[in-house]
Design a protein around this ligand. Structure first.
Ligand code: ZN
Ligand code: ZN
Length: 345
């Protein structure tokens, strides 16, 4: 027993001393590590990976009782060659672009209005019909905002260019918003769906006609395609605002609630930082250039003097919502300021 006790005692002593040595070593190592942190703070840290995911692509605000959500579809650059103006004005644009290469950066967006009774989408983004991988995020932004495409009751189309309606239909002809009734001006529907007009159209406009017909087809087949030709009511507290020029039936939608107003003005402006200073500058996509400039010249002074929020699909900022104020010979865009608090006034 004694010898066993001795062994145990020895072994306990050994354990203690081994433990002591280990502790001492540990302390030395720890001190060395700590010293290395103090000497060169970043040397022992792995470089943090960069993150490429962005904040969700939506922004919502209240207009009276309406909940309005801007839905991001993508970002692109407006080609300066698409702008038409006098030589002097265009020289100024080229000079401006030289000083600020981002002057013509634009977003593509759609908007969702929740009236409390209905879910109304105003324009649907490009889907896979325009802009390649740069556009086509709208359905994802809608989901991020807490809704599903199946919940949308109505789609109001400002005009039938693919960057506003491509998001309605998949390439294999399925409705992205299967329960929605689509509304657009009769002049717009008749123009883009006419085989005679399509046959006579310039070559660079042909793709717009082909995609228009493919995008509309499943809604027409389902009896979900509706046109308007005047001021007939479609939705409570919403007025149709005819904005001809960009396309034959280009239409704005003005919603009012509790004295507050928001105008979804479609492609009234493309290159915001150029055309607000020079409303007379038109774009290559304006089918009637004179009418497009005249529409801007009538509309902008009215909006500058009124408290109307504007939803502009091709704003140079996101969220693409702001107000207009007169500035010098042109207009200044007063961007809504980000807030996470509801304005209940
Ligand atoms: Zn357009
Ligand atoms: Zn557009």
């Amino acid at each position: 027993m004694k010898s066993i006790d001795k062994t145990v005692e020895l072994s306990a002593q050994m354990t203690r001393s081994v433990f002591k040595i280990n502790l001492t070593r540990l302390a030395v190592v720890l001190l060395a590590v700590l010293a290395s942190f103090v000497a060169v703070p970043n040397a022992a840290l792995a470089a943090p990976p960069q993150h490429r995911d962005q904040v969700p692509g939506f922004y919502r605000l209240k207009v009276g009782d309406l909940e309005v959500t801007a839905l991001y579809d993508g970002t692109g650059v407006f080609d300066p060659h698409w702008l038409n103006g006098t030589t002097a004005t265009m020289d100024g644009v080229v000079k401006g672009l030289h000083e600020d290469p981002h002057m013509l950066d634009v977003v593509d967006s759609g908007f969702l209005v929740n009236t409390g009774k209905q879910l109304i989408l105003v324009d649907a983004g490009a889907g896979t019909w325009w802009g390649g991988a740069a556009l086509g995020r709208l359905a994802g932004s809608l989901r991020s905002a807490g809704y599903t495409p199946e919940e949308v009751n109505i789609v109001l189309v400002t005009h039938f260019h693919s960057d506003h309606v491509g998001g309605l239909t998949t390439q294999d002809g399925k409705r992205v918003f299967p329960n929605a009734d689509v509304y657009l001006a009769k002049a717009e529907s008749d123009f883009w769906l006419s085989p005679e007009i399509a046959a006579k159209a310039p070559k660079d406009v042909q793709p717009f006609f082909q995609s228009a017909q493919a995008i509309a087809a499943p809604y027409i087949k389902a009896g979900k395609w509706h046109t308007f030709s005047g001021s007939e009511p479609i939705v409570d507290s919403m007025q149709l605002v005819s904005l001809p020029g960009h396309t034959p039936g280009h239409t704005g939608y003005e919603f009012s609630s509790k004295g507050q107003k928001i105008l979804f003005w479609g492609d009234t402006i493309h290159a915001q930082r150029v055309q607000l200073q020079h409303p007379e500058i038109t774009v290559g996509f304006d089918i009637d250039q004179t009418a497009a400039a005249a529409t801007r010249n009538q509309l902008l002074p009215k909006l500058a003097g009124a408290d109307v929020l504007i939803a502009s699909p091709h704003s140079s900022v996101f969220p693409p919502m702001g107000r207009l104020r007169k500035e010098g010979g042109g207009y200044n865009w007063v961007q809504v300021v980000f807030t996470d608090r509801w304005d209940e006034k």
